[in-house]
Design a protein around this ligand. Structure first.
Ligand code: AMP
Ligand code: ZN
Length: 463
C-alpha cells in the first residue's frame, strides 16, 4: 500500500514495524459539544483506512482517545476551557458534559457505520500515565517547572520548529506575541504546557488532580503521547488526525514521545483528513456552524448517504458541504441499493455459465479496485469501479460478489440489505418478463407487467 505521509509531504510505500500488524492511533473528540458531520468525515476516512488495511491482509489495532479533560479553546495554551464552556452552555457539570457528548459521538459514528476502535481511552482515566510521562521528560531534561505550569522545552528538541515543514520558530514567536496570556517564566514562546497548576487564571478549574508539581490538570498534548504508547508501544505505524493538528498538536506529540523514549520515529506515517467546510469555512464546534447526524436524519437523509458523499472525495481534498450534494449522494446510494437487491434475488446457477472472458473481467475489476484502494486510498476511483461492475455484462451473482467484497472497504452496509421484502413470485414474474422482452415478445411481456400492477401493486419502469 502507498500512503501520503504528511510529515514528509511524500507518498510512501507503507511498511509496518511488525509484519502484518498495523498499530494505528487516532486523535479523538474533545467532548464538550455535539459531534457534527465534519467529525463524520474525519472518522469515516480513518475507518476506510482501517478497513482498507484489513482488506489488504493486515491486522489492525486501532486505539482512539477521548479528550474529556477540560482544555483551552485555542491549540496553544490560550483561551477558555472547552469543557467548562460546554457545561455553561448546556447547564450541566463538566463530568455530565463529557459523558453525554462521548455517547453522542459514538452513537453518531455507529450511524455512519464507523467501526468502534479496539481501545477507547479517556484522558481522565489516564492521569497517572500522563504524570509518569512528564516525569520521564524531567529525567531526560526536556521539562521545566514554573509557578504556573510545567512546560516542554522545545529548544532541547532538535528539529522541532520544522516538523511537518512548518515555519521557522521565529515566525511562531511573532504569532505568540499576540497571545492574551503569557507566563513570564516560560523560556521560549513556543514551549507548551505539560501540566497546568490550579493557580491564577486556573484557580477555579473544575477538573483537577494531585501531581508532583501540585494540584492541577494535564496539558492537552500529553494525553495522546501517554495513551498511544501505553496501548501500542513506543512506536506506532499510523497516526491520524484532522488537518488542524498539523501545526501544533502533532509536532508536540512527536516532541514529547521521542524525548521520553529516545526512539525515532514515534510514528511511521501521519494521516490527516482535510476539513469539511460549510460556506467555505471549517465546520466546527467553536464556530457553531455545524450540522449533526440528527440534522441529516431530520431532513430525510440516510446517514449512509453522508458516508457515500464523503467517499466521493479523496481524503486530502476539501469538501464544501451542501444539501444538494447530499441529495445527489442519497440518490446514488438508493440506486446502488436497488441494484444490489435485484442481484440478491437472483438464482445462483448463472455462475456455471461464466465464460473465461467473464472470469477475466471479474479478476480485472477486483484488481482495479484493489489498486485504487492501495494507491493512497483513491476511494472515488474505487467507487467508480463499483459502478463499472453494475454497468458491465457479467452475471448478476458475480456482480453481487464483487460489490459485497468492495463494501468491506466502503462500509455502506450493502450486505445487510434484505431481499425477503421482495416477494419471490414477483421476482419470478419479473425474470420472465425480462426474458420475453429480450426475445422481442413485447405483448406477452406487457401482460406480465399488467399482472404485476394489478396483483402486486408494483409499477415496472424500463430504463
Ligand atoms: P475536535 O474534537 O474538534 O478536536 O475534533 C476531533 C477530530 O475531528 C479532530 O481530528 C479534528 O481535526 C476533526 N475535525 C473537526 N472538525 C472537522 C471538520 N470540519 N472536517 C474534518 N475534520 C474535522
Ligand atoms: Zn491527539
Amino acid at each position: 500500500m502507498k500512503l501520503y505521509n504528511s510529515l514528509t509531504g511524500k507518498i510512501e510505500e507503507f511498511k509496518p514495524i511488525e509484519e502484518g500488524l498495523v498499530r494505528m492511533y487516532a486523535c479523538g473528540m474533545t467532548v464538550y459539544d455535539f459531534a457534527h458531520i465534519g467529525h463524520g468525515r474525519k472518522y469515516i476516512n480513518d475507518d476506510v483506512l482501517r478497513r482498507a488495511l484489513v482488506y489488504l491482509g493486515y491486522s489492525v489495532k486501532h486505539v482512539q482517545n477521548v479528550t474529556d479533560v477540560g482544555h483551552l479553546v485555542s491549540d496553544g495554551d490560550e483561551g477558555e476551557d472547552k469543557l467548562e464552556k460546554g457545561a455553561r452552555k448546556y447547564g450541566k457539570t463538566v463530568w455530565e458534559v463529557a459523558e453525554f457528548y462521548t455517547k453522542h459521538f459514538y452513537d453518531s459514528m455507529d450511524k455512519l457505520n464507523v467501526l468502534r476502535p479496539d481501545v477507547i481511552a479517556k484522558a481522565t482515566d489516564h492521569i497517572k500515565e500522563q504524570i509518569d510521562l512528564i516525569q520521564k521528560l524531567f529525567e531526560n531534561g526536556f521539562a521545566y517547572d514554573t509557578p504556573e505550569a510545567v512546560y516542554f522545552d522545545v529548544s532541547h528538541f532538535e528539529g522541532y520548529a520544522t516538523l511537518f515543514g512548518r515555519q521557522e520558530l521565529e515566525d511562531k514567536k511573532a504569532a505568540v506575541r499576540e497571545e492574551v496570556h503569557t507566563d513570564p517564566n516560560k523560556k521560549n514562546p513556543a514551549d507548551f504546557a505539560l501540566w497546568f497548576k490550579r493557580v491564577g487564571r486556573f484557580s477555579d478549574h473544575v477538573m483537577h488532580w494531585d501531581s508532583p508539581w501540585g494540584d492541577g490538570f494535564p496539558g492537552w498534548h500529553i494525553e495522546c503521547s501517554a495513551m498511544s504508547m501505553k496501548y501500542l508501544g513506543d512506536q506506532l505505524d499510523i497516526h491520524t488526525g484532522g488537518e488542524d493538528h498539523i501545526p501544533v498538536h502533532h509536532p508536540n506529540e512527536i516532541a514529547q514521545s521521542e524525548a521520553a523514549t529516545g526512539k525515532h520515529p514515534f510514528v511511521g506515517y501521519w494521516f490527516h483528513t482535510t476539513f469539511l467546510t460549510v460556506d467555505g469555512t471549517k465546520m466546527s464546534k467553536s464556530l457553531g456552524n455545524f450540522y449533526t447526524i440528527e440534522d441529516v436524519i431530520e431532513k430525510g437523509y440516510d446517514p449512509l448517504a453522508l458516508r457515500y458523499l464523503f467517499l466521493t472525495a479523496h481524503y486530502r481534498k476539501r469538501i464544501n458541504f451542501t444539501w444538494d450534494a447530499l441529495e445527489a449522494a442519497q440518490n446514488a446510494l438508493n440506486r446502488l441499493r436497488e441494484f444490489v437487491l435485484v442481484y440478491k434475488s437472483k438464482k445462483t446457477d448463472e455462475r456455471t455459465m461464466l465464460s473465461a472472458e467473464k472470469l477475466d473481467k471479474v479478476d480485472h475489476f477486483r484488481a482495479e479496485f484493489g489498486n485504487y484502494v492501495s494507491d493512497d486510498l483513491k476511494i472515488p476511483q474505487a467507487l467508480a469501479v463499483l459502478w463499472d461492475v453494475v454497468k458491465s455484462n457479467i452475471p448478476d451473482v458475480d456482480k453481487l460478489d464483487l460489490i459485497l467484497n468492495f463494501d468491506e472497504v466502503l462500509g455502506l452496509r450493502l450486505g445487510e440489505l434484505e431481499t425477503e421484502k421482495i416477494n419471490p413470485e414477483v421476482m419470478e414474474l419479473e425474470d420472465e418478463r425480462s426474458r420475453l422482452r429480450a426475445e422481442g415478445k413485447y405483448e406477452e411481456a406487457d401482460k406480465i407487467r399488467d399482472r404485476l400492477a394489478s396483483e402486486f401493486g408494483i409499477k415496472v419502469k424500463d430504463k
